[in-house]
Design a protein around this ligand. Structure first.
Ligand code: PLP
Length: 384
């Protein structure tokens, strides 16, 4: 039945564990770390990612990302590092987009050399840049779209075609879009990763990660992942499953509100620039429209020079200056002093990250309240 493919249906029902004893509406939580080994099938153990709650949520993530299999990790970085370590070995080469999550580029810079894995980071992802970076030892392409913090959009059809033509594994970090707004598997991408700490958790109180892919890729990932031991406790798996039930509703509201706010900021004389894939002025608007169902709750913008940024942030009463993103509450941060502070000023400039850039994660509050908050802060932070 077609309705049963609807994301809101999948968010609530896909993979749901039944309470067969008491008939409760929600899933029971199985907290055991010791299971009777004489039963059928595999030995159950939390670090093997195969306890009932872990498996059930993996099925939900597979359904939401249109893949055969899904697995839940203790953090987004646990998922990302397991994917790297499962599909790359000493002597291999990987092509990454430069504008990726700070923690991921940090992992690449700090760990790959030790492991003897070569990497090339490319500025703008297109046929030429991919072809130029390609080596005989290349095994993987790794991208993030839309990217953090500039919301650059990468052509997933191009990336998957390039990967297939050269027998590479293609990986997308789909955290910013969430499975509600974008499904990379539909564009031929092999492995889809989420930091579930963001939209999937959605309430700024869970740290987790997910991977969705084919069963074949999952079998290979599992063999490595269980050795590194980055699984998530069943109590938190349950909390994450509970959060995902409202993912579709939250992301729909956040996307709608963000579009209104992006339009408001774009027209505002005290705002220099707005980066939001749902604006016609976005350089990859047409591509975003093709790949995304809605444009999400993330944007970034720059204040005009006559606005005192410190004062502007201080004057916000609803929007909360905080690290991390994608919660039900609106948050804002300056990447230069937070998420991208490990980059040198030159590196930030190369990537187009201005010192005055602000990254805004739109929550589920009414657009009118958020716009009033921004308006008030702008009006009272102009330097005389
Ligand atoms: C936060 C984030 C990560 C890392 O996730 P953790 O849960 O913090 O380990 C990876 N990718 C993106 C795009 C993120 O925003």
């Amino acid at each position: 039945m077609k309705e049963k493919q609807h994301p809101n249906y999948l968010c609530v029902h896909a993979g749901q564990l039944k309470d067969t004893i008491y008939g409760g509406a929600t899933a029971p939580i199985y907290t055991s770390t010791a299971y009777d080994y004489r039963g059928e099938g595999t030995n159950l153990y939390p670090r093997y990612f195969n306890t009932p709650n872990q498996v059930a949520l993996g099925k939900k993530m597979a359904a939401l990302e249109h893949t055969e299999a899904g697995m839940i990790f203790g953090s987004g970085m646990a998922a990302i590092s397991a994917v790297f370590l499962a599909f790359l070995k000493t002597g291999d080469h990987i092509i990454l987009q430069r504008a990726i999550y700070g923690g991921t580029s940090h992992f690449v810079a700090a760990e790959f050399e030790k492991l003897g894995i070569e990497f090339t980071m490319i500025e703008h992802v297109n046929k030429e840049s991919l072809q130029t970076a390609l080596k005989s030892s290349t095994k993987m392409v790794y991208m993030e779209t839309p990217s953090n913090p500039l919301l650059e959009v990468t052509d997933m059809t191009l990336v998957s075609a390039f990967a297939k033509a050269n027998s590479l594994t293609s990986v997308i970090d789909n955290t910013f879009a969430s499975p509600i707004n974008q499904n990379p598997a539909d564009f031929g991408i092999d492995i889809i990763i989420h930091s579930a700490t963001k939209y999937l958790g959605g309430h700024s109180d869970i740290c987790a990660g997910t991977v969705s892919c084919s069963q074949q890729h999952m079998d290979q990932l599992w063999k490595t992942a269980k050795n590194y031991g980055g699984s998530l406790s069943d109590q938190t798996v349950y909390l994450l499953e509970r959060s995902i039930k409202t993912l579709g509703l939250r992301v729909k509201q956040q996307s709608k509100t963000a579009k209104k706010i992006a339009r408001f900021l774009e027209k505002h004389p005290d705002i220099k620039k707005v980066n939001y894939p749902g604006l016609k002025s976005h350089p990859q608007y047409t591509l975003a429209k093709k790949q995304m169902k809605a444009y999400g709750g993330m944007m970034s913008f720059e204040l005009e020079d006559h606005i005192n940024e410190t004062l502007f942030l201080e004057l916000l009463e609803v929007i909360f200056p905080a690290l991390s993103l994608a919660g039900v509450e609106s948050t804002i941060l300056a990447p230069t002093t937070t998420s991208h502070s490990l980059l040198t000023p030159e590196e930030r400039k190369e990537q187009g990250i201005s010192d005055r850039l602000l990254r805004f994660s739109v929550g589920i509050e009414e657009a009118s309240i958020l716009i009033a908050d921004l308006e008030n802060a702008i009006n009272n932070s102009r330097s005389k």
